[in-house]
Design a protein around this ligand. Structure first.
Ligand code: AP5
Length: 225
């Protein structure tokens, strides 16, 4: 069975950190809509130009645009054994579109990371990223370097990690993304996890949640015949 996974949670919850660890351990691709948009910004494409204005304000790009990107991405061969969506879906309309894209395939597993706003603000204000290759230096990794260890470029504050933009991202999350909990929470494949623990402890909790979800799905399949 393919592992079709959504890492869900507010800005700074650790979606990217945990998705990247799962990509390594499970060998399935992490698909981050934020990274895709930032690559477009870096490349200076028309998509990037439009997205930058929206991202810098902490708003969401249009459902139509982002669903189109995901629809194309999920056609690629490397998702045959599954994928980890990081930052998508973010609205009920995106979630409905994802269900439609996956119709007839293996079930969607949703892991929600819960972290209080106070920790989110702290994490995002202390995060630094490489302006060239995008490498992330987080609060849990100690004092960030000023020069990227990967490529030697400057390490900077992400443009949407400025305090006022972070607060807007949290507001937008409450308004447009939090309703997805009600959309997903009755599914047997939904699990909520305390993300306000060390990255290793969160990872262990995710692995346990995935094991329990996959066991339930297998059992259901056996009982159906
Ligand atoms: P995106 O890049 O997806 O931003 P986000 O959802 O706000 O998520 P972040 O990357 O800030 O946080 P994360 O949860 O991945 O946490 P991370 O692991 O990095 O999107 C950016 C923008 O693009 C959006 O605002 C929007 O404009 C647009 N966009 C993207 N997708 C869209 C969509 N579907 N629809 C419309 N628009 C879309 O960790 C954060 C920090 O905390 C790091 O420093 C990390 O080291 C640290 N950390 C991680 N885990 C822990 C831990 N357990 N303890 C302590 N520190 C930790």
């Amino acid at each position: 069975m393919a592992l079709n996974l959504v890492m869900f949670g507010p800005p700074g919850a650790g979606k990217g950190t945990q998705a990247s660890r799962l990509e390594q351990s499970r060998g399935i691709p992490q698909i981050s809509t934020g990274d895709i948009l930032r690559e477009a910004v870096h490349a200076g494409s028309e998509l990037g130009r439009q997205a930058k204005m929206i991202m810098d304000k902490g708003e969401l790009v249009s459902d139509e645009l982002i669903v189109g990107i995901i629809r194309e991405r999920l056609r690629r061969d490397d998702v045959e054994q599954g994928f980890i969506l990081d930052g998508f879906p973010r609205t009920v309309a995106q979630a409905v579109a994802l269900d439609e894209i996956l119709t007839g395939g293996d079930p969607l597993v949703i892991i929600e990371l819960n972290v209080p706003d106070s920790s989110l603000v702290l994490r995002l204000s202390s995060r630094r990223v490489c302006g060239q290759c995008g490498a992330t230096y987080g609060s849990s990794d100690g004092e960030p370097p000023s020069i990227c260890a990967n490529c030697g470029a400057d390490v900077v504050l992400r443009s949407d990690d400025q305090k006022e933009v972070v607060l807007e991202r949290l507001r937008v999350y409450q308004e447009q993304t939090q309703p997805l909990v009600a959309f997903y929470q009755d599914r047997v494949t939904f699990r909520s996890i305390d993300g306000n623990q060390s990255p290793d402890t969160v990872q262990t909790a995710i692995v346990a949640a995935l094991d329990s979800v996959l066991a339930v799905v297998r059992e259901e399949r056996l009982s159906v015949g």
